[in-house]
Design a protein around this ligand. Structure first.
Ligand code: FEO
Length: 398
């Protein structure tokens, strides 16, 4: 199905209402996603991106209703990841010689995925493709947003930036613009996407945003590769949000994350949280069990937090695997300027809290103190210790 976006620009993507996991099972997608793809019908007909491979046939069938596929003059592949390029093999069987414009790294990733000698046209930042009627496409490399191959494409005349993963959200919607979406869901999914997918490359995001601003392009619309797109005043809003995200992003929030075996470390988490609240009535607070919570939602919460308290009981001379996995995730995501502390129950050896502190320090958190540990189940004295620790921690990060 084609939906007119502006003048001769159409959406020809796929709404995946069902999707609940992405990147294998690494990422939760509670609201599904869109694989957004666009068709430009000027003197030349240009396709920008495709859809994920399981939808190849649907995608090509829908595209054929919008245009005579043999009349497509060129394909722009913003990014080689399979959620955008997956329908290429099906399509290229029909139009095997059609030029594919992509970054030099895009050639490598597309060849690496599909092992085909397609008619690649590698392009660099600033290179242009005339598409007739006085309009042209300009390519802007955007490495690590989200792979080394990613590039943005700007359509002059219509003032549209095709951004692929950047500014996207995993959000299935047939209303294609952000101004038609429930804002809570929209901004929550934008942040979750950034925190879980883009955050490791924040420095490159800042570079790209600076480069984009330096080009002084009038941008009326940003058309994304996932979820809703942006128009009108939302263009500046989402760019400002990405600028915030790519800095040392934090809100007035503390995240308490833990796992527990028989509930002792849970009690510690909850009593620490009460102590935080006693010391600071304003700070937002979340208390999340890493064993039972959606890990990507936890990541999003920690991205928002100015400080995180991590708890695990001592277990098999270390920490619980859910907590170890969370810390490994934190290592890779590389959030900046977060303060941290550690806590946990133990029965005899009690290594967990030191292990947590050491790991937190090694992955870039500012650990504020030695943390606290409690032998066996928390009693009234331990409860007060946790409350006092929470109060002191809140005061340190206020
Ligand atoms: Fe939506 Fe990095 O692919």
């Amino acid at each position: 199905m084609a939906t007119r976006i502006k003048n001769n620009v159409y959406w020809v993507g796929k709404v995946d209402w069902e999707l609940r996991h992405f990147h294998g099972h690494e990422l939760s997608t509670h609201h599904g996603t869109n694989y957004n793809s666009y068709l430009i019908k000027e003197e030349k007909t240009i396709l920008i991106d495709t859809a994920w491979a399981p939808f190849s046939k649907e995608f090509v069938h829908g595209l054929a209703q919008a245009v005579d596929i043999k009349k497509i003059d060129a394909i722009v592949m913003s990014h080689g990841e399979v959620d955008h390029s997956g329908a290429l093999p099906e399509l290229m069987e029909m139009i095997p010689g059609t030029p594919i414009y992509c970054s030099p790294n895009g050639v490598k990733s597309l060849q690496g995925h599909y092992h085909q000698d397609w008619n690649f046209k590698p392009v660099r930042t600033g290179e242009k493709l005339s598409i007739g009627n006085g309009k042209e496409l300009m390519f802007i490399e955007a490495p690590m947003l989200h792979w080394p191959d990613t590039m943005l494409t700007y359509l002059s005349g219509d003032n549209i930036l095709f951004s692929n993963d950047a500014f996207g959200q995993h959000l299935a919607t047939d209303k294609l613009f952000a101004d038609s979406i429930d804002p809570c869901t929209l901004w929550e999914e934008l942040l979750k996407y950034y925190a879980n997918i883009i955050a490791p490359w924040s420095k490159m995001v800042a570079v790209t945003l600076k480069e984009l601003n330096g080009l002084n392009l009038p941008i009326d619309m940003i058309l994304t590769g996932h979820g809703a797109s942006w128009r009108g005043e939302d263009v500046q809003k989402v760019m400002a949000k990405y600028t915030e995200f790519s800095g040392e992003y934090k809100e007035n929030r503390i995240a308490v994350v833990y796992d527990t075996i028989w509930g002792g470390t849970r009690i510690m988490a909850e009593e620490i949280a009460k102590g935080i609240r006693e010391a600071d009535s304003e700070v937002a607070l979340s208390v999340m069990n890493l064993g039972s919570s959606d890990k990507n939602d936890v990541v999003a919460d920690v991205f928002r937090a100015k400080a995180v308290l991590v708890g695990s009981p001592s277990h098999n001379k270390g920490v619980l695997t859910s907590v170890a996995g969370f810390l490994e995730e934190m290592r890779g995501l590389g959030f900046k300027a977060k303060k941290a502390g550690a806590f946990g129950c133990y029965g005899w050896s009690g290594e967990a809290q030191k292990r947590l502190n050491d790991t937190l320090k090694s992955i870039g958190f500012e650990v504020l103190d030695d943390g606290i540990k409690n032998m066996w189940e928390p009693d009234a004295k331990a409860v007060e210790m946790c409350r006092a620790y929470g109060r002191a921690f809140a005061a340190k990060v206020k």
